[in-house]
Design a protein around this ligand. Structure first.
Ligand code: CUA
Length: 319
């Protein structure tokens, strides 16, 4: 078995690139296998129901009257065949082609750090820090380095890559590869506390040119606010509790408890892809985060309506 899987991996690595195997093919294989097992179990249950008049389990001291052959077939034979087949399929279609790329041959590296309950995204070699939204160029082998800032999370973008655990103090790697432009939903796949189910992210795969301009924007310091309400919003932000948890590069706010907000308005979602990033959702979020995501690290600050409006206008200017 080991020999077989080893050969599969080598031949795939040597002459096929990841896009040769659409990962959806694997879904169908897994679904077919699961359907066979499921309907087999239902058939056995139905059989036992139809034979419900027959004598049940033997009394103590009596012999079981089931032929040993059936026990061996269903207890050992079939499970071995099913598990080996699934192992081979998963190894050929998933593990081999999605092996983490050698960082020297990868087009680029992205660091993803799991937090309760959001994702920090860093682009090594640049100043860019963002949250809950990974941008990558289409057709590029991206080396994802995953770790955690608190508990164990799991990075999973089903359409693009297999799961990889995010473990505090460890760096795990996985290949992220998109053959088509698009937005791909990702999800934390390891129970990590109350809001685990609301720890989502998006991967945006885009042409090289637009990726580069996105990255250049994210790497730059935050824009200086123009005079007026936006400038007032900045002052409210800097003098309230916001600045003791968040960073906005180019300003005195330099804390790293919550997401970097230098370009928060460039992101499509907030709060771990839980809500859309628009004026009304942002206002609701900064006013009553605990109503939207109970247990989140972001506390209800008791902002006045005027202060909330001012902060929203400042944050929405941070494109
Ligand atoms: Cu993070 Cu579940």
């Amino acid at each position: 078995m080991l020999l077989l899987s080893g050969c599969g991996r080598q031949s795939l690595l040597s002459n096929k690139s990841p896009q040769t195997h659409d990962i959806t093919l694997l879904w169908w294989w897994m679904l077919a296998a699961a359907a066979i097992v499921f309907f087999g179990a239902v058939a056995l249950l139905t059989m036992s129901w139809l034979r419900r008049g027959a004598p049940g389990l033997p009394f103590f001291g009596e012999r079981e009257s089931i032929p040993e052959g059936i026990v061996l077939l269903f207890g050992i034979g079939i499970p071995i065949v099913v598990l080996v087949a699934l192992f081979a399929v998963a190894d050929v279609y998933l593990v081999g082609p999605s092996a983490p790329p050698d960082p020297r041959s990868a087009a680029m590296t992205v660091e993803v750090i799991g937090h309760q309950w959001w994702w920090e995204i860093r682009y090594p070699g640049t100043q860019a820090v963002t949250a809950n939204e990974i941008h990558i160029p289409v057709g590029a082998r991206v080396n994802v380095v995953a770790t955690s800032g608190d508990v164990i999370h799991s990075f999973w973008v089903p359409q693009l890559a297999r799961k990889i655990d995010m473990i505090p103090g460890r760096q795990n790697r996985v290949l992220l590869y998109a053959s088509r432009s698009g937005t791909y939903r990702g999800q934390c796949a390891e129970f990590c506390g109350f809001q685990h189910a609301h720890m989502g992210l998006y991967v945006v795969a885009e042409p090289q040119a637009s990726f580069q301009s996105w990255l250049a924007n994210e790497a730059a310091p935050a824009r200086n606010p123009p005079k007026g309400p936006v400038r007032i919003g900045e002052r409210v932000f800097m003098t309230s509790q916001c600045a003791s948890c968040h960073q906005i590069r180019g300003t005195p706010a330099a804390a790293t408890v919550g997401p970097d907000l230098s370009h928060v308005a460039s992101r499509a979602t907030l709060a771990g892809a839980e809500i859309r990033n628009d004026i009304s959702h942002l206002a609701a979020w900064i006013t009553h985060p605990q109503a939207i995501k109970p247990g989140d690290r972001m506390p209800d600050l008791g902002l006045t309506a005027a202060n909330s409006t001012a902060i929203v206008s400042y944050l929405e200017s941070l494109r």
